[in-house]
Each structure stands twice: as C-alpha cells, then as structure tokens.
Design a protein around this ligand. Structure first.
Ligand SMILES: Nc1nc2c(ncn2[C@@H]2O[C@H](COP(=O)(O)OP(=O)(O)OP(=O)(O)O)[C@@H](O)[C@H]2O)c(=O)[nH]1
Ligand SMILES: [Mg+2]
Length: 391
C-alpha cells in the first residue's frame, strides 16, 4: 500500500512542551537594595491538539512529519514577568480519525467533526515565581517552582471513513458500478476481481435535495479475515456506517451462501458489525427475467429487505434508494447529523506489532530529547512543590 495516496494508517511521535520554570529573581533597585522576591511565573508548555478538518480525506500529509512537537514555555523573569507560553501544535486530521497509543494499543480519542478539537497531550504548567513563596518568616525565598514536565506518546492514527451506507460484496459484484450509477463518483470498474484497491465515497442525491453518503470498498472473499485477498483492513471504513448494503450478483451459484460468507467475515472482523442494519441487493439483475427472480426469491435470507437491481439498465435503482433512505431514517438509526456509534476497542497487543508491520509503520520513532536549558539554579533541582501551589 506504500505507493498509494490513500493513507489511512500512520504512526507518529508527539510531544507537548514543558512548562517554563518560575524565576527566583530578587528585586534590587537604587533605593530598595533588598526589594524582595519578584520572580515571575513560567509560561505553559504548548499542547498537542488534533483538529477535525473536512478538507482532508486521508492521513497522507502526516506521512511526511513523523515527529510533532509543541514549544516549551519560557521561564519567568524579574518584575513578576510571566514567561511566554510555548506554541501549541495543531494537527489537522480528516473527520473520522481514531487515535491509539502505539505502545499499549489503548484507544485514546476520536475526531469526527469539522472544527472539533481534542487536546492529545497537555503542555506542562509553568512554575510559580519566587514571589509567591514569600511568607512572614521567609522574606527572601531563593527558590521557585520548576515547570511541569512535557508529555510524549507515539500514536497510531487510523482513518475510519464516515459514510451512511457501506457496500459489502465479493470482488466483481458490481459495487463500484452501483456507486458510479447513483453518485457522481467515478470509481474504476472492470470485469476482474480486486479492481477497487482503496475505498471511495460518493454522495447519493435523494428526493427533495436530500442526500446520503455511500462508501465503496475493495471486495471481500472467503478467508479475508485470515488475510486472503486484500484482507479485512478496509472493513474499518464501513465500521461506522449505520447500514450495510450486501451485494450478490444474480449469476452467483448460491446467493444465500455468498451472503453467509460475507456475514461471517464481517463477524470475525468485529462482532458489532452484525448489529448494523442490512439490505441485500441482487446485482446484475438485467440477466434475469421475472421467472428467474420468482425462483430466487424464496432462497433469499429472511428478515432483511432485498431488491433486484441493475446498475446498467437502472432496474430497481429508485426502489433501492427508497429502501436505503427508509432504513437510514428508522428511529434506531437517525441519519440527520448522526454518526454511527461504535465502541472503539483497544488494539490487541499480541497482534499490534504485526499490524504495524503490515501497514509499513513499524519503524522506531522514539525521539531523544536533549534539555539545553536545565543548567543552573540548584534549588530548582530539588524543589518539591505541593500540588495546591499550582494555580
Ligand atoms: N450485466 C451487468 N453487469 C454489471 C452490472 N454491474 C456491474 N457489472 C459488471 O461487473 C463487473 C464488475 O463491476 P465492478 O463494479 O467493478 O465490481 P466491484 O464489485 O466494484 O469489484 P471489485 O472492485 O473488484 O471488488 C464489470 O465488468 C461491470 O461492468 C450490472 O448491473 N449488470
Ligand atoms: Mg470496485
């Protein structure tokens, strides 16, 4: 996948800024030789912030910048001057980005909306200057608070596209042809398996200028959960879809069996996939006549709506859109402004290293930090501050 522009998995190292230390300055002026402590507070270290941006569709831009570091807070100085806060670092991510700790596999956060900001790593608070520590019995404190340390973490960012309807089918089932028929998306279509190598979204216009989003993903085959074909890595892009449209071609030897295989692969990937609403489309139905349809009908799985379609002749397109719209708007499944909720599971540690290797993201990213300015002032080294002394 390395040469592809569709990047949906990256590992990056992030570090917030440390807080600036408080100053230990003593005021000395011509007529006030013992003016007392006037050391100002250190500035806050910069945060690492994630921000959802709908103009990004992949994580490609993060491939070029693997170490993201916020600025450190500056130290306080005389005259009770505050040190400058360190610069925050904002990472723009596409909506639908999920973040995990790359070492523990733990789920960290999820950015789903445009403009949504999440503080991934907090910058350290600045230390208090010495004038805060002046008391009746301690007129000239020659110490101040050190800044809070920085935080660092190597994270995995994974993109899970946000669409309403996900297309599920064997290779060659006609998924991309359907997307091109109902939306203005222009996916590659050809009469061989695995034509589609990366997911694509299309906006499907519906009546009264309503619309919904459809996601075409690469085909799934039996054993995909064990890595066959393109495996199941692309299933993450339909993990959030509230509705799955299963597509089985009319000329399949056994429509029912094909449907069961797809269902089983999905379940192996994530059992929660089976909680989603399902619709079955029998594709390429231009090859059938009414008699054949009547023959197939009783063999179809019970309990889910089905429709015979042909993306080429347009057969069943209106009915299909009606069904999809109706299912999407069911009480349990409201489309308006909603994002299908999924519980983000932590990554399985025993597979994490393999997963990183599969994605080509297993390179070490640790970053040696050399602290240039922790030189002087001994008192700072052993300063023990009490928690309540922080503002
Ligand atoms: N007769 C007929 N052929 C169709 C129809 N829909 C798709 N096809 C053909 O089926 C073949 C596969 O179509 P695609 O849309 O590329 O299939 P896909 O499911 O996206 O396949 P992958 O991307 O490989 O998973 C193409 O040759 C299409 O022209 C249809 O409604 N009727
Ligand atoms: Mg395709």
């Amino acid at each position: 996948m390395a040469e592809s522009n569709f990047v949906d998995y990256v590992k990056i190292y992030c570090r917030s800024g440390k807080g600036g230390r408080g100053s230990t300055h003593m005021r000395r002026a011509k007529y006030a030789p013992n003016g007392g402590p006037d050391g100002g507070d250190g500035g806050r270290g910069g945060h690492i912030i994630l921000r959802g941006n709908r103009n990004y569709w992949t994580l490609l831009h993060l491939r070029y910048d693997r170490h993201i570091m916020a600025g450190h807070g500056e130290s306080g100085s005389k005259n009770r001057s505050f040190g400058k806060d360190g610069a925050d670092k904002v990472i723009e991510v596409p909506c639908g980005t999920v973040v995990y700790n790359a070492e523990t596999g733990e789920y960290i956060c999820d950015v789903t909306e445009h403009g949504q900001e999440v503080v991934l790593l907090k910058g350290g608070r600045g230390g208090l200057g010495n004038w805060h520590f002046k008391t009746a019995t301690r007129q000239a404190p020659r110490f101040a608070q050190p800044g809070e340390p920085m935080q660092e973490m190597t994270v995995i960012m994974e993109l899970k596209l946000l669409a309403d309807v996900g297309l599920v089918g064997f290779p060659n089932a006609g998924k991309s042809t359907l997307l091109s028929a109902v939306s203005s998306a222009k996916p590659k279509i050809a009469n061989y398996p695995f034509t589609t190598m990366e997911p694509m979204l299309g906006i499907v216009p519906y009546r009264d200028s309503k619309s919904f989003v459809m996601a075409d993903i690469p085909g799934i085959i039996e054993g995909a959960s064990a890595g066959k074909g393109l495996g199941l890595r692309f299933l993450r892009h339909i993990e959030r879809n509230s509705l799955l449209l299963f597509m089985v071609p009319a000329d399949s030897d056994d429509i029912r069996r094909e449907y069961d295989i797809l269902l089983n692969e999905l379940k192996t990937f994530n059992p929660e996939m089976l909680d989603k609403q399902r619709v079955l489309a029998i594709t390429k139905s231009d090859m059938l006549d009414q008699e054949l349809m009547d023959e197939i009908e009783p063999m179809l799985p019970e309990g889910i709506p089905h429709v015979f379609i042909s993306s080429i002749t347009g057969l069943g397109m209106g009915v299909l859109k009606d069904i999809l719209w109706e299912e999407l708007n069911k009480e349990s499944n409201k489309i308006e402004g909603h994002i299908a909720s999924i519980a983000h599971r932590a990554k399985d540690l025993s597979h994490l290293q393999q997963e990183l290797a599969d994605e080509g993201e297993d390179e070490e990213l640790d970053f040696e930090y050399i602290d240039e300015d922790d030189d002087d002032i001994e008192e700072l080294e052993d300063f023990e501050y009490e928690e309540e002394e922080w503002e």
